[in-house]
Design a protein around this ligand. Sequence first.
Ligand SMILES: [Cu+2]
Length: 266
Amino acid sequence: MGKLFAVVLTIITVVSAGLIAAHVWWLPVDISTIGPRIDRQMDETMVATGILFLSSQLILACVVWKFGDKRDGGKIKYFPGGSGPLIGFAIALVGIEILVLSFVGSKVWAAVYMSPPEPDALHVDVAAEQFAFYFRYAGPDGRFGVIHPERVRDGNGNYFGLDPANDVAARDDVIVGTLTVPVNRPIFLTMHSKDMIHSFYVPELRMQQDILPGLNIPLHFTATQAGKYEIVCTQLCGLGHYSMRSFLEVLPQDQFDQWLKSQSGD
Ligand SMILES: [Cu+2]
């Protein structure tokens, strides 16, 4: 029985590690400037944790193979010195690995979160709610209208609580349900939530950011490939969470200009 277990354990270990190493189920194509660094970090993490995973499972299989059936007269073999030092060693090893990975990974994290957006970035304001995303562009005047939370009303399409009657800057704000951006241009998002925690996730951008009520959360990226990509909410935000999604549409600059102009109604 012990030998059979050792064989099955070895097969499961090697096959699952092989599937990950071969990137059989992996992230979709990367379309952001930060993507290659994130992917490399992910690979490094997988190699470091993979070595620990493979060695621990294979050592376990070897031990079970060798000692699993030897229960002569009910005698149980113990590791010299007991299991305490071994457990201590394993905890220290995993702890050091997590610390090192966090330290190395923090550089990529900082490149996204600790650096300011480019000065020429296109600013898009994002509102998340149960169960939709809305995107707002400043319009031809380049200024966003002021948000009045008490004016937010889905019934008349005032998702951002604007007051166009009294606020000139709000009159030309463009509000849409699809995040449309020009390719190769830095994009700066500010995101807020109307009701509860949501999350902005675009696997192709390698970006996932929680949106918390009461905060205006910044995020910046540059998309490098035109196309249409799915935006999904990855925080369980209520009964309709499964349907909370939108699209990121990356267009060549001239097509984007045309699109924005048509939305502004000029
Ligand atoms: Cu949500």
